[in-house]
Design a protein around this ligand. Structure first.
Ligand code: HEC
Length: 309
């Protein structure tokens, strides 16, 4: 038996003589690559053409509600303390400084607090007399605390009591030599601008969200006390009966006209209801009312609308 000649599957000598044959070997691989690319394209076809854009900061969502704050009488500042602080005041200033300011300005006032490392300009080094934005006078520093230097990362501290701000400023002034405080500055600049020596009355403040809730609650109470009882005591009237028969949500019908009022023109009233009966609480059967029934309904709802003072 003739021994079978061992043959290489790929005969390179052959291929070199006839390179087109190489294509036959590569072809299945070629098809597989094409297929893989195709599948990948197909899976991503929905997002391929979509550009990735950085998220937009919508100012609507950046809205910050005001804090809840109890109003009250803010005691006047003894102007003598502005000129000559007591040790007690300076100690209080240190406490407040450590709690509110040292994170940026550093415990020694060198502007090297951990929270300020990324700020540009850097937090003020109180020992450096150069380049102050508002200035180093007492009244300038008071202004800085009142208004902040927002664009440079220095927040406003207007929520601190005036006397506390005076205390903090006096403490920061212990870090270095500062311009002396004169009577003129106190009276003509500080007190004239910020009214430190006057008692101030601040009203209570609540967040807008809470205020809306309260208003809605008040509206609902008003509705319950007037329109709802009117409705319950007048159910035998034609207008009320028409609402019972033609509304899927009678209370909604009543509330709509109680809150929003009613057109002084009956045909306009009919038109409004006919345009969107369901969203106003009616069923579409309301569209089949006779002329007289529309009038009865209009009269009844006009009385509901007039219940609001
Ligand atoms: C979040 C960091 C931060 C905190 C907290 C902070 N500051 Fe500042 N402060 C700054 C930065 C930044 C500047 C520099 C602003 C500039 O040069 O315009 C600055 C500047 C100042 C200045 C100099 C203003 C001027 O005229 O150049 C004063 C005074 C000051 N701060 C006081 C305070 C006091 C007092 C507190 C605490 C009640 C406080 N800061 C808390 C960041 C901060």
């Amino acid at each position: 038996m003739e021994k079978r000649r061992f043959e290489y599957e790929l005969n390179f000598q052959e291929i070199l003589k006839n390179p087109v044959r190489l294509f036959g070997w590569v072809f299945p691989i070629f098809i597989m690559i094409l297929l893989a690319v195709g599948v990948r394209y197909y899976m991503n076809v929905g997002t391929m053409g979509v550009k990735h854009q950085p998220p937009v900061n919508d100012s609507l969502f950046a809205f910050q509600d005001v804090a809840i704050k109890r109003g009250g009488v803010i005691p006047p500042v003894d102007l003598k303390l502005v000129k000559e602080p007591t040790q007690e005041l300076i100690d209080k200033g240190r406490e407040l400084y450590d709690a509110n300011c040292s994170s940026c300005h550093g415990a020694q006032g060198n502007g090297d607090g951990a929270a300020g490392t990324n700020l540009e300009p850097a937090p003020r080094n109180f020992s450096d007399k150069e380049g102050w934005t508002n200035g180093r006078k007492f009244v300038d520093m008071y202004k800085t605390l009142e208004e902040g230097i927002i664009q440079n990362g220095m927040a406003a501290y207007e929520y601190l009591k005036p006397e506390d701000r005076v205390a903090i400023i006096h403490y920061t002034r212990t870090f270095d030599e500062f311009p002396e405080v004169t009577d003129e500055e106190i009276l003509l600049e500080l007190d004239a601008t910020y009214g430190l020596s006057k008692e101030r009355v601040e009203s209570n403040q609540i967040p807008v969200k809470l205020a809306i809730k309260k208003v809605v609650k008040e509206f609902d109470e008003e509705f319950d006390q007037t329109a709802k009882s009117f409705w319950e005591n007048s159910k035998s009237e034609t207008g009320a009966q028409l609402i019972s028969e033609n509304a899927h949500d009678p209370v909604k019908v009543l509330k709509t006209f109680f809150y929003s009022g009613i057109s002084s023109d009956q045909s306009e009233f009919i038109e409004t209801i006919s345009l969107a009966p369901n969203s106003l609480g009616f069923r579409s059967t309301v569209l089949r009312l006779s002329e007289a029934e529309w009038s009865a309904l209009y009269d009844y709802l006009t009385r509901v609308a007039n219940l609001r003072g």
